[in-house]
Ligand binder design. Structure first.
Ligand SMILES: [Zn+2]
Length: 249
């Protein structure tokens, strides 16, 4: 007999399967990223109703059968309607959902990521200023990476721990390098102004509600976003290869 289980989570991806079904990826409260097969979800009179919409916080009842998680019931806990009715908010929420979908491993418990995403989406709903969205998005990404043990070192040299006078960011070492420690000419090293590194460190350390009080230059968001996306891709590549290898064997 298969055991009925229950969990709650945000829907971060939904893809069509067969003629009437969907496969739903969920950032769940207690099991990390999980995928459900929702049979008949695309029928007009589907029992799931609107509970399977992207970015909705839903409670799922499911059972495991032959390696698949089959969804039996879904009920909306919070539709986050404000996100879905505003183009700018929706764009940020969908982009971060896609980022999480790529970053997280299936069935790998990351309870803190769920809480960070929930805080972030609630902040996004309540914020008034569109120009702050990019800063919050960057802070969100840094906080998620930190919760997965990938926090970049931004206040000192990642190798010798000294405060550098000039600094580079190493995608490989995951942090700043001083002039003595950098290898030079490496494809994974980027010059990084210390002021920008300091700004990024604040985005990493400060809770969301304190971010509006700090003054950061536009450069921190623009340069920081590019750098953190490169850093994420750099760390995802070996992870992706590992997943592909496991899937083939
Ligand atoms: Zn050093």
């Amino acid at each position: 007999m298969s055991r009925i289980k229950k969990t709650a989570g945000f829907i971060i991806r939904s893809i069509n399967y067969g003629d009437t079904s969907r496969i739903i990826s969920v950032l769940s409260q207690d099991e990390g990223k999980v995928s459900f097969m929702a049979k008949g979800a695309r029928k007009i009179e589907s029992k799931f109703g609107s509970a399977l919409e992207l970015l909705t916080l839903t409670e799922f009842v499911y059972y495991q059968k032959e390696g698949l998680k089959l969804l039996s019931q879904a009920s909306t806990l919070n539709p986050y309607s404000k996100l879905k009715s505003d183009y700018d908010r929706l764009e940020v929420a969908l982009r971060t959902a896609r980022w999480l979908q790529r970053l997280l491993e299936e069935d790998h418990g990351e309870p803190s990521v769920f809480l960070i995403y929930k805080d972030f989406l609630e902040m996004l709903c309540s914020m008034l200023e569109v120009e702050h969205f990019a800063l919050y998005e960057l802070s969100f990404k840094l906080k998620v990476l930190a919760s997965m043990g990938l926090a970049p070192t931004l206040d000192r040299c990642a190798l010798c721990n000294k405060a550098p006078e000039r600094s580079w960011f190493s995608l490989e070492k995951g942090g700043l390098l001083c002039q003595n420690c950098r290898s030079g000419g490496e494809a994974h090293e980027r010059p990084l102004n210390l002021g920008i590194a300091k700004g990024l460190n604040m985005l990493l350390r400060l809770p969301f509600e304190k971010l509006t009080r700090i003054k950061l230059s536009q450069d921190v968001t623009a340069i920081g976003t590019k750098l953190i996306d490169e850093f994420t891709s750099h760390h995802l590549r070996p992870l992706m290869q590992q997943r592909k290898h496991l899937a083939q064997n």
